[in-house]
Write a protein of this length. Structure first.
Length: 222
């Protein structure tokens, strides 16, 4: 993944890239929402790139994949997909929808915390609220998984992973365009929190009750 640290979220100047190509005929609100995603400035620990979006979830889609990187280690990774249906969607209660996957490796004792799923979900809703973002119809799952290795892999230590899958409808603003840059920033706040990084505003008026998981080893190759 090519780095775009502390810079524009795409690291490139044109929308017509191999992944996430946006057609000139795409609706103006969707093109504006994508431009805002690509122009967002993010934390320096975030490496982010456009990736191929799903093809059948909506008439128009754009996707980004990101990782929280410290040194040579990935602490967490995920994907954010922007969907748009100009005709609206009953389940969304709007014309835009954001869909996300966030995951990170945990130490086994951390994964055993019975409150972990509720805490991780509150991080998502809290990240949106902290940036003053209204959203509708939120839904999702928080999954814990554990792996134990045997035979030729027996030397590997047990591994545990947390995975957050969620979707929500961003409130549309002027011209029917949601503030996708702010939603991306909130999503990156969640990604960093799952990775164990402190909030950027910690010690500067931030919410002292917000606690991140301790830093841990990054996702292992699959």
């Amino acid at each position: 993944m090519a780095a775009a640290q502390g810079q524009r979220s795409d690291g490139a100047g044109e929308m017509e890239s191999t992944e996430g190509k946006v057609a000139e005929s795409a609706p103006l609100p969707f093109r504006a929402a994508v431009e805002a995603l690509r122009g967002a400035r993010l934390r320096p620990e975030i490496e982010i790139d456009p990736t191929r979006p799903p093809q059948r979830l909506a008439p128009h889609a754009y996707a980004l994949e990101a990782a929280v990187v410290e040194g040579d280690e990935d602490l967490a990774d995920g994907r954010l997909v922007l969907l748009h249906d100009p005709a609206g969607h009953d389940a969304w209660q709007g014309t835009f929808r954001l869909v996300t996957l966030v995951r990170a490796e945990l130490e086994p004792e951390m994964a055993a915390d019975p409150l972990l799923p509720e805490v991780c979900w509150s991080w998502l809703t809290g990240a949106l609220q902290a940036r003053g973002l209204a959203c509708g119809e939120p839904s999702g799952t928080v999954t814990r998984a554990g792996s134990h290795y045997f035979g030729g892999l027996a030397e590997r230590p047990p591994a545990s992973q947390i995975e957050i899958r969620a979707s929500w409808t961003p409130r549309e603003g002027l011209g029917g365009v949601p503030d996708t840059a702010a939603h991306l920033a909130a999503w990156c706040d969640l990604l960093c929190q799952v990775a164990g990084l402190p909030p950027v505003n910690q010690g500067h008026g931030g919410d002292g009750s917000v606690v991140s998981l301790p830093q841990r080893r990054g996702p292992q190759p699959q």
